[in-house]
Design a binder for this molecule. Structure first.
Ligand code: GLN
Length: 201
């Protein structure tokens, strides 16, 4: 299995080590690569879009001609990565003219928690219909200028909420979290993504 961490900007190294740890836990053999080019993405079985600045990352995706390759792969997006997975943004997204990949039937609010709390940590309990191993114990959610999902449609499954806001969801082979699992020791969300990728191999 080859997992590509899109490394144009943002929290890349943490995702590389979290994904390696998740592979080890699941007993999966594979490589985790720092991906920058179209071929890096094409050669991978799944891609992680890290946090960072979604405007910058989307510009670099366009500039490097990566969009088409990203439309074909399973994707796990955290924070800015979640924004990029969305079909619809908010006023801020419209203003900056950033292009979204539109892989998930979700509408995002770019800085949902921003004005009240720049960054914070909060225990997350996954929804009752989320996979059992995610619900086993609370997940330490690290939020940094975090977005949230305002609405979902289609066959999106909501995985977690915080204060009534949707902060994790999945659809098909994509997962989005508003928080940063790569900044904790808990690799369960990464494991869940790897399980999705493994199913296709
Ligand atoms: N709110 C940021 C954005 O719009 C994302 C922040 C993050 O990834 N930590 O890109």
């Amino acid at each position: 299995m080859n997992i590509a961490i899109l490394g144009l900007q943002g929290a890349v190294t943490e995702h590389i080590s979290a994904t390696r740890r998740a592979m080890e836990k699941l007993g999966l053999k594979g490589d985790v690569t720092w991906a920058k080019s179209r071929s890096d993405i094409k050669e991978s079985d799944g891609v992680i879009l890290p946090g960072g600045e979604s405007t910058t990352i989307s510009r670099l995706i366009e500039k490097n001609g990566l969009k088409e390759a990203l439309m074909e792969k399973p994707i796990f997006g955290t924070c800015a990565g979640m924004i990029l997975l969305a079909k619809q943004g908010d006023d801020q997204v419209a203003q900056t003219g950033q292009t979204l990949l539109g892989r998930m039937d979700i509408q995002v609010n770019r800085n949902a928690f921003g004005r009240q709390r720049e960054s914070f940590q909060s225990d997350i309990t996954f929804e009752p219909d989320a996979p059992a191993f995610l619900r086993e114990k609370p997940f330490a959610g690290v939020f940094i200028r975090a977005p949230c999902i305002e609405t979902t449609w289609g066959d999106v499954r909501i995985l977690a909420r915080l204060d009534g806001r949707i902060i994790a969801a999945e659809q098909g082979n994509c997962i989005a979290t508003a928080f940063h699992p790569e900044l904790t020791d808990d690799t369960r969300v990464h494991e869940y993504f790897l399980q999705k990728v493994a199913k296709r191999l």
